[in-house]
Ligand binder design. Structure first.
Ligand code: 8IG
Length: 255
């Protein structure tokens, strides 16, 4: 389906662009094709403003590699963990070897102000769910590839952090954020961990990038506000686009 509509038999890399990262697609290279996600089986209509429901095939400017940009299916949309695996499985079906998950999230470290990009080093899945079913006893060691993180750090010396996925859609209470901190989290959000599990099951090498759009609840004295979260994402967008394009260029130059 995607091969037929894009004319690209095998994509090299697939990306999911979360809050704040949406503008990065244009920076990656020439758009080969755009497909409304709802034309492809398994992708529902987007639930949140700013999360575009379109699949893009892009020729990476510097390397000629083919990148597939996929929409995200959030767990909070339908509380269906299996549905969140669709991006990873689509990436695999389209030939991708590398999968890049990006998100906007809350930060637990006060030194990470709004607009700070952070490499995900590991995750805590606090959703109580999994995209897998049956006796799928997969290992999750080095889930967020240290090889890809190293490549990313040659572009920019990014900090790393442990990402904690909550179910959402409500943001955390300050007590939940303190709990996450005690458990070892540096970042809190509503995506990525379930998708990462699906990516490992599919055999994809994974890179995770978070944009801290806000201090997590209780870290700063002011309450969270979705409009401000979107605003922080917008403000950081140009820098993130340049960063992500450079990282994808570096990764796909080593094919
Ligand atoms: I953007 O502070 C964004 N997404 N759970 N908490 C959670 N998700 C988020 C947050 C946050 N900010």
């Amino acid at each position: 389906m995607i091969a037929a509509r894009t004319g690209i038999e095998q994509h090299d890399i697939a990306l999911v662009l979360g809050s704040g990262w949406g503008g990065a697609a244009e920076k990656l290279g020439r758009v080969i094709a755009e497909i409304p996600a709802t034309d492809v089986p398994g992708f529902p209509a987007p639930a949140v403003e700013g999360h575009g429901g379109v699949i893009r095939s892009i020729e990476v400017a510097a390397t000629g590699a083919h990148a597939l940009v996929l929409p995200r299916i959030h767990f909070y949309e339908s509380r269906d963990a299996a549905a969140t695996a669709h991006g990873a499985r689509t990436a695999k079906a389209c030939g991708a070897k590398v999968f890049v998950l990006t998100n906007g999230c809350g930060g637990l470290r006060p030194e990470w102000g709004p607009g700070t990009p952070v490499l995900i080093s590991d995750h805590l899945n606090l959703t109580g769910a999994t995209p897998l079913a049956g006796a799928t006893f997969i290992d999750l060691t080095d889930l967020y590839s240290s090889r890809l993180r190293e490549i990313a750090r040659t572009v920019e010396p990014l900090d790393e952090g442990v990402y904690c996925q909550f179910t959402g859609p409500q943001y955390e209470t300050p007590a939940e954020v303190r709990m996450a901190k005690t458990l070892g989290a540096d970042l809190v959000g509503m995506s990525t961990a379930l998708e990462a599990i699906a990516a490992r099951e599919a055999g994809l090498e994974l890179l995770g990038l978070s944009l801290v759009t806000n201090p997590a609840a209780g870290i700063s004295p002011t309450p969270l506000n979705h409009a401000e979260v979107l605003e922080a994402g917008k403000a950081a967008a140009p820098r993130l686009a340049t960063l992500l394009a450079a990282i994808v260029e570096r990764i796909t130059s080593e094919r």
